[in-house]
Write a protein that binds this ligand. Sequence first.
Ligand SMILES: [Zn+2]
Ligand SMILES: [Zn+2]
Length: 254
Amino acid sequence: MRGVYANSEFQEDELILKDEILVGIQHSSNKVDCLVCSFCFRFIGSIEKQIGRKLYFKNMGLSGCCGGGGGDSSESSSSNHNSLPQGVVSSLMNGEMALPHTDKFPLPSPLSCPGGCQEAFYCSGSCAEADWESSHSLLCTGERSESISREALGEFIKHSNETNDIFLLAAKAIAFTILRYRELKAEHVNKQAKQSVSKQSLLLEAWKPVSVGYKRSFKKRYDCGGGKQKEEGDTQTAKGCIVNYWVKSPDRKL
Ligand SMILES: [Zn+2]
Ligand SMILES: [Zn+2]
């Protein structure tokens, strides 16, 4: 049995813990349902935009992770008959139409990715910058991407979306490590440290946050090829499986 308990009293609305996300992604299927910041995962845009784009994707025949239930299908096919008047969806999306009381729930305006891809959006410049510096510069498919091959990256993303999007999360953890390694190496060169540090130890240092963050998932452990590995080797192994603990999605739980 596992549980959380407090050994001191907290006031209502008191912030108990604020922790930084090491790496996280929104499930690709969930992107149809909600527009969130690609770094901190808060909702962005407006209530109208959220509803408008959901209706837009539904009209296109795409549904998110929660719309595929069996009982749902008859309802959704009949709702096609009383579809909304033309223009409603677009005016919701472009901000021409305001729904009642939505001004009470303002959301940050979405910022596009600085690399120029159409995949990542942010709630703020600081989130865009933090994501770019921690991993997105190597995983961006836009014009200003720092990836060695945008074509190969595109293939990889397609493959992940078609098979298991845990690969995208693993890629984030690896990109994070590479960028941290480069940063540590540059710092080391700048300092002209007297004792030379091996590349290996810098790499291990860069990997440290991920290795420390590793915990066995308490709900479900993905078997992505590393399922047969020995338990004692787990913490040191950079297999895709080990990062599943950090998956974050606004409304879909693992
Ligand atoms: Zn954000
Ligand atoms: Zn990008």
